[in-house]
Design a protein around this ligand. Structure first.
Ligand code: NAD
Length: 434
C-alpha cells in the first residue's frame, strides 16, 4: 500500500518501527522538489501533478514520541514574512487527506495575509487527531501533544508561526507557547490578544457594506440578512447588522441555542431557526445578503441554483466547495460573492502582531476596518469586485490573482528570510536531528 493511503496512526506506527521520526518535502531555488527520504519520491511526483501543491517552500512532519499522531507544518510562501496561520487539530481518513488539507490551507493563508497587506507569509499547522474521543478531551493528553507540537515548531527555527484554528483552543495555545516563541493567539494572561471573533465579525460586516456599495444598494438599513450559524462570529454579525437597521433570519444546528437566543433577542427584528445538520434550506431564504458563518463548502453545485440572494458575504472558511467552478456558478446567477479569505481576515489581523504590543484604538488594527485605507476590507472588496467585472472573471479568481501578486512582494526589512531558514534546516539535516 502507498504510504499516503495509510491512516495517520498506521503511518505513525510504521515510521516509528523504521526509526523515522521526521521527514520533509522542500522546493529548491531551481524549482526542483526534493524529499528527505526515498519513500517520498513517488508522492512528490503526485503532488507536482496535482492542483493544490504550488511548489510550497516546505512541508515538515514529525511523529509524536508517545502517541500515534503526526505533527505537520506547511509553509507555502514566505516572501512577505515568516509563514503565519493556525494549527488545525482534526481527524483524517488517510495521510493523503491530512497532507492535502495542510497544503490547501497554507496556500489560503498566503492569500489571506497578502490581501490584508500583512507582512506575513502563509502557512498552516495540522495535527492528526486520534479517533478516541475520551483521549482528545483529556487535558493531560492535550498538554502533552500541544507541548510536543511546540517543540516541533521550535525546531523549525521560525519559518512557521502558529495560532489557534479548528479543534484547538486558547489553553492549547498556552501549552504550545510553553515550548516555543513562534506562536500567536496565546492566552491574554501571558500577553496574547484573546478571542478574535468580534474582530472577525466586524470585518465581515465591512465586506457586506462594500458589496452593497458595489451593487449600488445603499446601506444595511432595511436589508434582509440571513446568517447561517450563530456561534462566536455569527452572533456578533447579528448584533452589528441589527444595529444598522437590518432584518435578520439566523439559523443554528443547536436547538437549545436557538431557544436561548429567541429569549435574549425578544422584540428585535430577528428570527432564529433551528436547522438539523443536513438541512440547508436556510441558504435558499429570499434575502439581500446571505452570510455563511458556520462550516465550509456550503456553496456548491447543489445549493447555488437554489440561492435567493443578491450578495454572499460570510465568515465561514472555504465556502466554495469547488472554488473555480462554484465561483462561476454564482457569477452566472448574477450573485455577487465576496471571498471568505478577503472578508474574514480580522481573526489573523487581531493576533498576528502580538509581539509588537498593544495600544488603545490601535491604528494598525482599525485601518483594516476603515473605508479609506487601500488594504482595508472595504477598499479591497471594492477593488476585487471591480477587477472581476473589468476582467470578466469571478471575484474568487480576481481575489486569488491579486493575492498572488501581493504575496510575492518581499518583506521590506527581512526579505525572503523564511526560505533562508528552510535552507538552513536542509543543510543542518533537520530530518535526522532530534
Ligand atoms: P463557532 O464554532 O463558534 O460557531 C459555529 C456555529 O455554527 C455553532 O453555533 C454551530 O452550532 C453552528 N453550525 C454548525 N453547522 C451548522 C449548520 N450546518 N447550520 C447552521 N449552523 C451550524 O465558530 P466561529 O468561531 O463562530 O466560526 C464560524 C466560521 O467562521 C468557521 O467556519 C470558522 O472557521 C470561520 N472563521 C472564524 C474566525 C474567528 O475569528 N472565530 C476567523 C476566521 C474564520
Amino acid at each position: 500500500m502507498q504510504f499516503t493511503q495509510m491512516t495517520t496512526s498506521a503511518l505513525a506506527q510504521s515510521l516509528k518501527a523504521q526509526g523515522i521520526k521526521r521527514f520533509y518535502v522542500m522546493t529548491l531555488e531551481n524549482g526542483e522538489v526534493i524529499g528527505s527520504h526515498p519513500f517520498l519520491s513517488e508522492w512528490i511526483e503526485t503532488l507536482k501533478a496535482g492542483h493544490d501543491f504550488e511548489s510550497h517552500e516546505g512541508l515538515f512532519f514529525e511523529i509524536s514520541d508517545q502517541y500515534d499522531v503526526i505533527h505537520g507544518a506547511f509553509v507555502h510562501r514566505t516572501c512577505r514574512g515568516q509563514a503565519q496561520g493556525g494549527t488545525r487539530f482534526w481527524q483524517y481518513p488517510t495521510f493523503q487527506d491530512f497532507a492535502l488539507d495542510g497544503i490547501r490551507l497554507s496556500k489560503g493563508m498566503t492569500h489571506k495575509n497578502a490581501l490584508a497587506g500583512l507582512w506575513w507569509g502563509g502557512g498552516k499547522g495540522v495535527i492528526s487527531r486520534p479517533a478516541d474521543q475520551t483521549l482528545i478531551q483529556n487535558q493531560a493528553f492535550r498538554k502533552e501533544i500541544f507541548a510536543e507540537y511546540g517543540r516541533f515548531i521550535s525546531s523549525l527555527q521560525g519559518c512557521y508561526i502558529t495560532a489557534e484554528d479548528v479543534g484547538t483552543n486558547t489553553d492549547d495555545m498556552g501549552f504550545i507557547f510553553s515550548e516555543t516563541r513562534f506562536i500567536t493567539c496565546i492566552p491574554p494572561k501571558v500577553g496574547g490578544s484573546g478571542n478574535p471573533s468580534s474582530a472577525t465579525a466586524m470585518g465581515v460586516v465591512k465586506g457586506m457594506q462594500a458589496g452593497l456599495a458595489h451593487l449600488q444598494l445603499g446601506s444595511l438599513s432595511g436589508k434582509k440578512v440571513v446568517v447561517q450559524g450563530v456561534g462566536n462570529v455569527g452572533k456578533v454579525i447579528v448584533d452589528l447588522v441589527l444595529a444598522q437597521g437590518a432584518q435578520v433570519i439566523a439559523s443554528d444546528i443547536s436547538e437549545s441555542k436557538c431557544q436561548a437566543l429567541r429569549d435574549e433577542y425578544q422584540g428585535k427584528a430577528i428570527t432564529f431557526r433551528y436547522t438539523p445538520i443536513d438541512d440547508f434550506s436556510i441558504l435558499y431564504e429570499p434575502c439581500d445578503i446571505l452570510c455563511p458563518a458556520a462550516t465550509g463548502a456550503v456553496l456548491n453545485e447543489k445549493t447555488i441554483p437554489l440561492l435567493n440572494t443578491k450578495l454572499v458575504c460570510g465568515a465561514a472558511n472555504n465556502q466554495l466547495k469547488n472554488p473555480k467552478q462554484d465561483g462561476q456558478l454564482l457569477a452566472d446567477r448574477q450573485i455577487t460573492y465576496l471571498p471568505d479569505f478577503l472578508v474574514n481576515r480580522m481573526g489573523i489581523v487581531n493576533c498576528c502582531n502580538e509581539q509588537y504590543g498593544y495600544v488603545d484604538q490601535d491604528p494598525s488594527f482599525l485601518r483594516h476596518l476603515s473605508d479609506e485605507w487601500e488594504y482595508s476590507v472595504y477598499q479591497t472588496s471594492l477593488d476585487v469586485l471591480r477587477r472581476a467585472k473589468d476582467e470578466n472573471t469571478h471575484p474568487h479568481l480576481a481575489a486569488v490573482a491579486l493575492a498572488d501578486e501581493r504575496s510575492r512582494l518581499l518583506h521590506p526589512i527581512w526579505g525572503h528570510r523564511g526560505i533562508a531558514i528552510i535552507r538552513t534546516l536542509k543543510l543542518k539535516n533537520w530530518a535526522l536531528m532530534n
